[in-house]
Ligand binder design. Structure first.
Ligand code: C5P
Length: 235
């Protein structure tokens, strides 16, 4: 994985996302495009970002029957994005199908990295047991899903910083971890339940981090980005 800090471009339109990057001179930084932006703009926004030199993580968290996911991934691979993902809870057949779709869609080009989302960082123990009736701890469920993802051909997982060590111990150092829920100040949680600072993320040896509101809603986004970079690269 070449890029290590992804800015989550959770904007309502492509115009706003591109204006944000321009206004704050965030030239060529790696970005994550999620459902909000992609469902409005489609492949156009990906092309615009690529034209400007931004590596793109397309975060659509696919979760459907294996055949549908395979065909969808074939189409996403043809966009030439760097990273895509699925929900590990879709199961091993679905993840294998995702990988096959990516291999087919990439052809002779570079295959996008396939990540699996274990448990969303907005999920906590109470929600898991009371709402979803999953009778295991978040951490155990995450490790189980990470192992399943690895066996099914994923390159890594999206997980919370607090789960990185357990995942690396169970799946091997080379299995990638990408961690959202990053805050410059640990008290600013928004709707995330399991947060950490970039410094802590680095200490936990995660491979890449995703930072959204900590940068996009900061009074000085460029300064916030630099601060994240500083903590990530030098601390
Ligand atoms: O604003 P914030 O830094 O919380 O944004 C985190 C980003 O990471 C959002 O775009 C969210 O959809 C995404 N994400 C997440 N948890 C996951 C996977 C992706 O928060 N497990």
């Amino acid at each position: 994985m070449n890029s290590q800090i992804y800015i989550a471009l959770d904007f309502e339109s492509g115009e706003k996302a591109l204006a944000f990057l321009d206004e704050h001179s965030l030239t060529g930084v790696a970005v994550k495009v999620g459902m909000e932006l992609f469902y409005r703009e489609g492949p156009w926004i990906i092309k615009q970002l690529q034209k400007r030199g931004h590596p793109v993580f397309l975060d659509l968290k696919l979760h459907d029957i294996p055949n549908t996911v395979k065909k969808a991934m074939k189409n996403l691979a043809s966009l030439g994005v760097d990273v895509v993902n699925v929900h590990a809870q879709g199961g091993s057949e679905m993840m294998k199908a995702a990988r096959e779709g990516l291999d087919e869609g990439a052809g002779n080009g570079k295959r996008p990295m396939l990540l699996a989302v274990t448990q969303l960082t907005s999920t906590d123990e109470q929600m898991l047991s009371e709402e979803l009736q999953v009778i295991s701890k978040v951490e155990d469920s995450v490790i189980h899903l990470a192992k399943l993802a690895k066996e099914s051909g994923a390159d890594g997982v999206v997980c919370s910083v607090h789960e990185v060590a357990g995942i690396k111990a169970s799946c091997g150092e080379e299995f990638k971890t990408v961690t959202p829920g990053i805050r410059l100040v640990s008290s600013e949680q928004h709707d995330q339940k399991r947060v950490a600072t970039p410094k802590e993320a680095k200490r936990q040896t995660t491979d890449a981090i995703v930072v959204g509101r900590g940068i996009t809603q900061h009074p000085s986004p460029k300064e916030a980005y630099r601060q994240v970079e500083k903590e990530w690269e030098y601390e």
